[in-house]
Design a protein around this ligand. Structure first.
Ligand code: RB5
Length: 148
């Protein structure tokens, strides 16, 4: 399942990406917002909680720049959120980083390019191997620095 969410800066782009998900036959759930002003950390938290329910889940987050919402998402243990700025970065963040959330900037990126980025990210598999070692090191950093 794909969970998608945005703040007011990403609302128009979210509608375009939902149209793409629908047309492509993906199962998705819209976690808000509906275009009204919201705080992007709240949306990041809601989407990421769903993503963590199953390794098969994925998240899509959009704010004005994609930066705030990716920073917020990456504070949540187990989340690897990638701010993908083009097709190549979208493809390789799945291949090499096994990102489980992809982020975009609704005010800084074009809908055509972002749709292509989302498409390649959804159709790419993690390579594993030496990249798994690196993901494990990210998890170890997370555990070491997760001071409550
Ligand atoms: C909201 O105005 C804006 O700050 C937000 O969408 C995002 O760009 C933050 O990083």
């Amino acid at each position: 399942m794909i969970y998608i969410g945005c703040d007011h800066g990403g609302y128009e782009m979210k509608l375009a990406l939902i149209a793409y998900l629908k047309d492509s036959g993906f199962e998705y759930e819209d976690m808000g917002c509906g275009g009204e002003p919201v705080d992007y950390p709240d949306i990041a938290e809601a989407v990421c909680a769903k993503v963590l329910e199953s390794p098969d889940n994925k998240g899509v987050l959009i704010c004005g720049t994609g930066i705030g919402i990716s920073i917020a998402a990456n504070k949540i243990p187990g989340i690897r959120a990638a701010l993908a700025y083009d097709y190549y970065s979208a493809k390789y963040t799945k291949l090499h980083n096994d990102s489980n959330v992809i982020c975009f900037g609704g005010r800084t990126m074009g809908i055509g390019s972002v749709t292509e980025s989302l498409d390649v990210w959804l159709h790419t598999e993690f390579m594993g191997g030496r990249h798994k070692t690196r993901i494990d090191k990210i998890s170890a950093l997370e555990a070491k620095n997760n001071v409550q």
